[in-house]
Design a protein around this ligand. Structure first.
Ligand code: ASP
Length: 331
């Protein structure tokens, strides 16, 4: 097997007009840094699980993305983070939801999986579990970033709850500059945040990981697709590893990540067709916006989205790393 990793940092109305050259460089550098972390592990013979954990960890540490540092605000002015990880070899999985004090939710999800007793821990129980496991906790202001705070205040002022991260960004930009950036549709979803990684290692094992701060101005206690196995994250060595980003409620209703796997397993669809069915047909049919990253058991990669753009990248062991943002980027 030729190992491969793919990552995302959110999808949405990301047009060339919406980012200046410096912002674009910063996003590409951050994506490359995350890819490099995962790629190196794969090149050294490491496992897919370690590669996706490292890539998502790096994206959580970067304030540009809506996960870990840089997470969006809830309506209550707090941060509630969700994350999940899945091992395609054993179908073992772990997830945390609504955690407020864990610096790296993906590491907590990994511990939940390794512990093996439960799959999903939420809120204070998840935090206590992670603390006991020795994971780093941070005070609430660790997650504060000026940019997200401005997005949230503008969402509040506009009465625009549940904005996807990059929608809120677009709204903020629009209000600041009266630029033409359109906020997509009546659902107010132009761009989406969240990070994820999928990988295939030299042994043929697949893994997927997803981490998010959710949607801007969400209700306290709201849980999206990201920590729900089968919705925003899924891996199965028989088929595919998938990590999603987008309007979480729609991805939950479709079990989007699992649906890609099911279409491959039960209908024998090739990866690209299974991805297209979910992202380009089933999601839009119920108003869902966003995309996903997928790598199958043969090392094929597919990065489909139905929004204007998606922060994304892929790299094979020993190969060049490529990053892309816009629809017309060649990745
Ligand atoms: N899917 C995430 C959620 O609904 C948001 C995102 O991808 O930006 O929580």
């Amino acid at each position: 097997m030729n190992p491969v990793i793919a990552i995302h940092g959110g999808a949405g109305t990301i047009t060339r007009k919406s980012l200046d050259a410096e912002q674009e460089r910063a996003y590409r550098a951050a994506l490359d840094h995350a890819l490099r972390g995962g790629q190196r592990i794969l090149e050294q013979g490491g496992g897919a699980l370690d590669a996706v954990t490292e890539a998502v960890f790096r994206l959580e540490e970067c304030p540009l993305f809506n996960a870990g540092k840089g997470a969006v605000f809830t309506h209550a002015g707090t941060h509630e983070l969700d994350a999940a990880i899945m091992d395609g070899r054993t179908l073992a999985a772990g997830a945390v939801a609504c955690v407020k004090s864990l610096r790296n939710p993906i590491l907590a999800a990994r511990r939940v999986m390794e512990d093996g007793r439960h799959v999903l821990l939420a809120g204070e129980g998840a935090e206590a579990f992670a603390r006991d496991a020795g994971l780093e906790t941070v005070p609430p202001d660790y997650f504060f970033t000026e940019a997200r705070h401005a997005q949230w205040r503008r969402a509040l002022a506009e009465g625009r709850s549940d904005l996807l991260d990059h929608d809120a960004q677009a709204l903020a930009a629009q209000m600041e500059t009266s630029a033409e950036t359109s906020i997509g549709g009546s659902t107010g979803m132009g761009k989406v945040g969240t990070v994820g990684a999928v990988a295939l290692d030299a042994r043929g094992d697949l893994a997927a990981a997803t981490s998010t701060g959710g949607v801007t101005d969400k209700r306290a206690g709201r849980v999206g697709d990201s920590p729900l196995i089968g919705a925003g994250c899924y891996a199965n060595n028989r088929t595919v590893a998938v990590s999603c980003t987008g309007t979480g409620e729609h991805f939950i209703r479709l079990l989007a990540a699992y649906d890609v796997s099911a279409l491959m397993e039960y209908r024998g669809l090739p990866l690209a067709e299974a991805c297209a069915a979910v992202v380009l047909r089933k999601l839009p049919a119920i108003g869902g916006l966003g995309g996903l990253i997928a790598v199958d058991s043969q090392g094929e990669v597919c990065l489909p989205f139905n929004s204007e753009g998606m922060y994304r990248g892929e790299a094979r062991a020993g190969g060049a790393r490529s990053t892309a943002i816009y629809r017309d980027d060649h990745d």
